[in-house]
Design a protein around this ligand. Structure first.
Ligand code: TYD
Length: 213
C-alpha cells in the first residue's frame, strides 16, 4: 500500500523521434538538478531487463517476429519498468524520488501506430497509464530531415529514404496521439532544432517547478 505520508515525486517522460536529441536533454536536465541537490532516478525504455534485452535483439534483427509481438513486448517491458521489486519506478515515485525516463508509453503510441491501430496500442498500454501517468511528457520536436542528419553523423550507414519517411510517419503519429489524449495528459512540445543550450534553458524554465525548486 502507498505510504500516505510520502510526497509523490515528479515523473518526467521525454519523447521524440530517433535523432531528436532528447537523450542529451535528459542528461543536461539531470546535471542541472544535481547542482541544486536534487537526485533523480534516470531511466529509459527499452529497459535493460530480460524483456528489454529481447526487444533489443528484435530491433537489431538478431531475432525476428511480428510487429504485434514486438508491441506486446514493449507493453510487458513497461509494466516491469514500473512494477519490478528491485528498481521499479512506481515505488520510487511513491517514496518521493523524482524520475526522468527517456521514452515511455507515447513511444509505443507513435512507433507502433505506424503499423497497427493506435487505439489498440493505447488500450494495450492502459495498465501503465493507470499505474503512473507522467507529471509532464516532453516532446522534443525536430524535422525528420534534421534527425536523419544527426543520426548519419553518428552512424556509418543509414538507408536515408526509408528512414526519413518512417521518422516522418512516427512524428505524425506522436502529434496525433497528443491531440487524441490532450485532456488526460500534460504535454510540453519544444523545438528541438534550436541550439542544445537554448533548449536546455527553456526546459529548465518550464520544468524546475515540478521538482519543487
Ligand atoms: P534506442 O536505440 O534506445 O533509441 P533512442 O536512443 O532513440 O531512444 O531504441 C529505441 C527504439 O525503440 C526507438 O527507435 C523507438 C523504439 N520504441 C518503440 O518502437 N516502442 C516503444 O514503446 C519504445 C519505448 C521504443
Amino acid at each position: 500500500m502507498q505510504n500516505l505520508n510520502s510526497k509523490p515525486g515528479c515523473f518526467i517522460a521525454f519523447e521524440g523521434i530517433d535523432g531528436s536529441g532528447k537523450s542529451t536533454q535528459v542528461q543536461l536536465l539531470n546535471q542541472r538538478l544535481l547542482r541544486h541537490g536534487i537526485h533523480c532516478y534516470i531511466t529509459r525504455e527499452p529497459t535493460d531487463s530480460p524483456i528489454g534485452s529481447l526487444i533489443h535483439q528484435l530491433m537489431t534483427g538478431r531475432i525476428v517476429s511480428d510487429n504485434r509481438v514486438v508491441a506486446g513486448l514493449f507493453v510487458a517491458d513497461r509494466l516491469d519498468h514500473l512494477l519490478n521489486p528491485v528498481d521499479g519506478i512506481k515505488a520510487k515515485i511513491d517514496s518521493g524520488i523524482p524520475v526522468i525516463t527517456d521514452r515511455y508509453y507515447f513511444s509505443s503510441y507513435a512507433y507502433h501506430a505506424v503499423d497497427m491501430p493506435m487505439d489498440w496500442v493505447i488500450q494495450a498500454n492502459s495498465q501503465s497509464a493507470e499505474i503512473l501517468r507522467p507529471s509532464v511528457t516532453v516532446f522534443v520536436d525536430v524535422d525528420p530531415e534534421d534527425a536523419i542528419a544527426r543520426i548519419s553523423k553518428s552512424r556509418s550507414h543509414v538507408e536515408l529514404f526509408e528512414t526519413k519517411e518512417r521518422l516522418a510517419q512516427v512524428r505524425e503519429k506522436y502529434l496525433e496521439a497528443f491531440e487524441k489524449l490532450k485532456d488526460q495528459e500534460k504535454i510540453l512540445i519544444v523545438n528541438g532544432s534550436q541550439p542544445e543550450a537554448a533548449l536546455a534553458e527553456e526546459l529548465w524554465e518550464k520544468l524546475h517547478p515540478c521538482f519543487g525548486l
